[in-house]
Design a protein around this ligand. Structure first.
Ligand code: KG4
Ligand code: ZN
Length: 369
């Protein structure tokens, strides 16, 4: 029986998933997910081809308390069994972020338990540890509808950003491609499905993004323009045309992600010359579900002395278990927050890197943090 542990309720509502979870972290490092619930809003946003902030905020506010009751019952716990209440406090769509944070503040006030205001990106950074004991440090490629970042994760609060997107996130590149071709939302799974039917993707020449740029940054805006031009040039596009263009786009995204990850791998190896290979490369975020991208990253990892670790899908996409785990790790270190903790639309994980190279762009989560 492991005695010392931290049991934390985590809440998440920063984009279009409303989520609550309860996680127990033991002093030994072992992690137990006691309950994990997510309600997607895909159906509500689908008619608009993207997330509508006002619709998202209302849906979060309506569902959050019910989800809390659901996970407490599923874990068979009373509030006095919790050690803290954690919630995503940013970055994200501000109306949505407030739903989880305000609920957490109310619960913290009512129960007398500490509040922990979690950075959503720190949650993603730790998500692989929900299902496997991955030791620090590791390299993380975070690719979702809101973020595209390469990070070195050394510890809680010790995360270095090597690169980030200059414009759209990788998931948006998939979603916008799907919108151009009329495939529906979310676009990633639709593009991947269609790409499997392709017979001649090489007939489309799409740009190599940031070809001369020596950083670990990403850019997808030029690709979107090129896809639109290629699609508009087709007369009455057939299913075969669409499949070829979907595959060409997916290949271009996978190639770009792999090229930037290769640069980050070199930096990681320089930074930690004494670690034994294979070194850990974690891929997280909704786009990590894409099998063409996984295959490409697996090959790259093998060539460069890394091993690719992808959390199970439920922890890859937005979820509250990762927020509860970040909360538990913070609580373990005595890091709690006052009830005045603000909701933040922007909240870079690596403030120093964000100040040195500010990024612009207005994607699903506003300017990319
Ligand atoms: O992490 P996530 O669930 O949430 C947010 O960022 O909010 O990521 C969602 C993104 C969407 O842009 C979606 O199109 C993309 O991940 N995605 C995929 C696939 N499944 C989801 N992209 C490519 N291939 C997939 N199979
Ligand atoms: Zn996310």
């Amino acid at each position: 029986m492991e005695a010392v542990s931290w049991t934390v309720l985590g809440l998440e509502s920063s984009c279009d998933d409303t989520a609550a979870a309860i996680v127990r972290l033991y002093a030994t490092g072992k992690v137990e997910v006691l309950a994990n619930a997510v309600q997607s809003q895909n159906a509500a946003h689908a008619p608009f081809g993207g997330v509508v902030p006002e619709i998202a905020a209302r849906a979060h506010a309506e569902r959050m308390d019910g989800l809390v009751a659901q996970v407490m019952e599923a874990a068979d716990l009373r509030f006095d069994a919790l050690d803290a209440i954690a919630a995503t406090a940013g970055p994200g769509l501000i109306g949505g972020v407030m739903a989880a944070l305000m609920t957490a503040k109310g619960l913290a006030l009512g129960t007398g338990k500490p509040l922990i205001a979690v950075n959503h990106l720190e949650g993603h950074a730790l998500s692989a540890r929900l299902s496997a004991p991955v030791a620090f440090p590791y390299l993380l490629l975070l690719v979702s509808g809101g973020h595209t970042q390469l990070l070195i994760v050394e510890d809680i609060g010790q995360i270095t950003r090597l690169g980030s997107t200059l414009d759209d996130a990788a998931g948006e590149a998939f979603d916008k491609t799907a919108k151009i071709m009329g495939l529906g939302f979310p676009g990633g799974p639709a593009v991947e499905r269609l790409a499997r039917q392709a017979s001649a993707p090489e007939r489309f020449t799409l740009p190599v993004m940031l070809a001369k740029d020596k950083s670990c940054d990403f850019s997808f805006a030029g690709l979107k323009t090129a896809v639109k031009r290629a699609y508009d040039a087709l007369e009455n596009p057939s299913d075969a045309d669409k499949a070829d263009l979907a595959a060409a786009t997916q290949n271009a995204i996978a190639r770009h992600l792999a090229q930037r990850t290769a640069r980050a791998m070199a930096i990681f190896k320089d930074r930690f010359p004494n670690l034994t290979e294979p070194l850990p490369l974690i891929v997280a975020g909704g786009v990590a579900a894409n099998s063409a991208i996984r295959t490409r990253l697996t090959d790259l990892a093998r060539e460069e002395g890394f091993t690719l670790i992808a959390p199970p899908h439920e922890y890859c996409t937005d979820n509250a278990a990762m927020i509860a785990l970040a909360g538990a790790e913070r609580l373990k270190r005595g890091l709690t927050d006052p009830l005045t903790a603000p909701a933040r639309a922007r909240w870079p994980l690596d403030e120093a890197a964000a100040l040195a190279t500010p990024k612009t762009g207005a994607g699903r989560k506003g300017p990319k943090a």
